[in-house]
Ligand binder design. Structure first.
Ligand code: GBH
Length: 471
């Protein structure tokens, strides 16, 4: 007896990519196995006061040893694609030289396992775990790090490019630069605003040089850049608030988008930097703006900003002692827009995603878009019957998927959606206290249990769409 498949109200186009994402340091563990070198996160988590409760990711969720089981879980959910990152120090323990065969072998086995289950592997080359030796040589503020990254990208692309079609370079250069080198909330924990600008530029240059190196190897892979974007509103229409919104939009969104897609940094942002705007050399922007096959967007929330002094320095309280990431615009303050928030204190606003997608399609046409991360931390409810109730996460994802559908209807070239995250994992400076997973992980036993949100997502994938808000 065949069950009738209910036709969803909101049907996504055929070929739409349904995925989920993770990153290496947050899930793998096994930090000293098979020749892996030390990364800046291994160093950072050992410094007092950097991570809530002094937690680290030495074991994380032991994905390095449990990847087969994890791929099995993905297959059970019917995922079409899985976005994961490569740990640079597994491939080059000290950031230079030939590839460590055992490092390549792990990712090669992971890719084969995914392909054997019909799941498309999407590789991110850098999700924040710089080899410590490269930080010791200056880190991202040093121009040489960009060239080292291109060499590393070529090693991985050479080894996996025959099986991996979809690639991205640097995950969220904003975070790597401004949380790593300005606010110090992330590794390497430096608080040097001018150096953070150099870091941002060199992360973009690294992206461009890597694209060049990978394109020289083969032409049948698709390469994207990955940015974290926010919708931004001024608190009022006052001149000061409008200027605050311009500044934060400039730092968070346009600095990266214009460099990647227009080959120029926005003039107003450079002006805000003043004498610190001395990081680019002739020709860099041509490298940075090499044509892309797609733009990967991580979207979580909206910022409401004010030019009035005295407000919060960031949209959400940082978990640890840290400075401002807003280089040159430290006076801007962040206010609550009055929307419900997640366990991170981030406002839930799917209309912000719509706004961004439509804006991207209009202001940066001709590049296909992919949502490479979207999701939320909530406190899960463990029931007696073995299910994990996380209706808020389900509703968050459903609302954002409806927005994606509406954007596609409005003509936005959106090709796919990756939920963050496939599994609960090490949430950076927050440690294990914040859970973003579709799949619950017991950090004592490492047992994985798909949450209600995962079961709902699986059903959505199976139906190729979802119901309208009245569901
Ligand atoms: C992503 O970044 C990461 O790619 C992923 O690894 C991570 O686990 C996931 O999100 C969840 O956090 O309050 O003004 O200081 C998210 C980007 C950037 C979001 C910093 C919160 C705080 C801005 N994050 N942001 S502010």
């Amino acid at each position: 007896q065949e069950t009738q498949v209910q036709v969803p109200d909101l049907v996504f186009p055929t070929g739409f990519v349904w995925g989920a994402a993770t990153s290496a340091y947050q899930i793998e563990g096994a930090v000293s196995e098979d020749g892996r070198g030390v990364s800046i996160w291994d160093t950072f988590v050992r410094q007092p006061g950097r991570v809530v409760n002094g937690e680290n990711a030495d074991t994380a969720i032991d994905h390095y040893h449990r990847y087969r089981e994890d791929v099995e879980t993905m297959a059970g959910l019917g995922l079409g694609a899985y976005r994961f990152s490569i740990s640079w120090p597994r491939i080059q323990p000290d950031g230079t030289g030939p590839a460590n065969a055992k490092g390549i072998d792990f990712y090669s086995r992971l890719v084969d396992e995914l392909l054997s289950r019909g799941i498309d592997p999407w590789v991110t080359l850098y999700h924040w775990d710089l080899p410590q030796s490269l930080e010791d040589a200056g880190g991202w503020p040093s121009r040489d790090t960009a060239q080292r990254f291109a060499d590393y990208a070529a090693l991985v692309h050479d080894a996996l490019g025959d099986r991996v079609r979809n690639w991205s370079t640097v995950n969220e250069p904003w975070c790597a630069a401004f949380l790593g080198y300005a606010s110090g909330e992330h590794a390497p924990g430096r608080r040097e605003p001018a150096q953070a600008l150099r870091a941002a530029h060199h992360l973009l240059l690294a992206h461009g040089l890597a694209v060049e190196a990978m394109r020289a190897q083969r032409s049948d892979t698709r390469i994207g850049g990955c940015v974290n974007l926010y919708a931004i509103s001024p608190e009022t229409e006052s001149e000061a608030d409008l200027d605050a919104a311009r500044r934060i939009d400039g730092l968070q969104n346009r600095f990266f988008l214009d460099a990647l897609l227009k080959g120029a940094y926005p003039a107003d942002v450079l002006e805000d930097f003043g004498a610190m705007a001395d990081f680019a050399q002739d020709g860099d922007l041509d490298v940075i703006s090499a044509p892309l096959d797609m733009l990967l967007i991580n979207y979580y929330s909206r910022f409401t900003v004010s030019g009035k002094p005295g407000g919060a320095a960031s949209a959400a309280a940082a978990p640890t002692d840290s400075g401002s990431p807003w280089v040159g615009s430290e006076h801007v303050s962040f206010v609550q827009g009055g929307r419900p928030v997640t366990a991170m204190g981030w406002e839930i606003d799917d209309s912000g995603l719509y706004e961004l997608l439509v804006r991207l399609a209009r202001e940066y046409p001709a590049v296909p878009l992919v949502i490479s991360e979207n999701g939320a931390a909530f406190d899960d409810v463990m029931t007696g019957d073995g299910t994990v109730r996380d209706y808020e996460r389900r509703d968050y994802i459903a609302a954002h998927l409806r927005t994606c559908h509406a954007a596609i209807e409005a003509g936005v070239p959106l090709e796919g959606y990756f939920a963050w995250s496939l599994m609960d994992n090490f949430e950076w400076a927050w440690g294990y206290g914040k859970r973003f997973g579709l799949v619950h992980v017991d950090y004592e036993t490492q047992v994985r249990v798909p949450k209600e949100s995962a079961l709902w997502y699986a059903e959505t994938i199976r139906r190729g769409g979802l119901s309208g808000p009245a569901e």
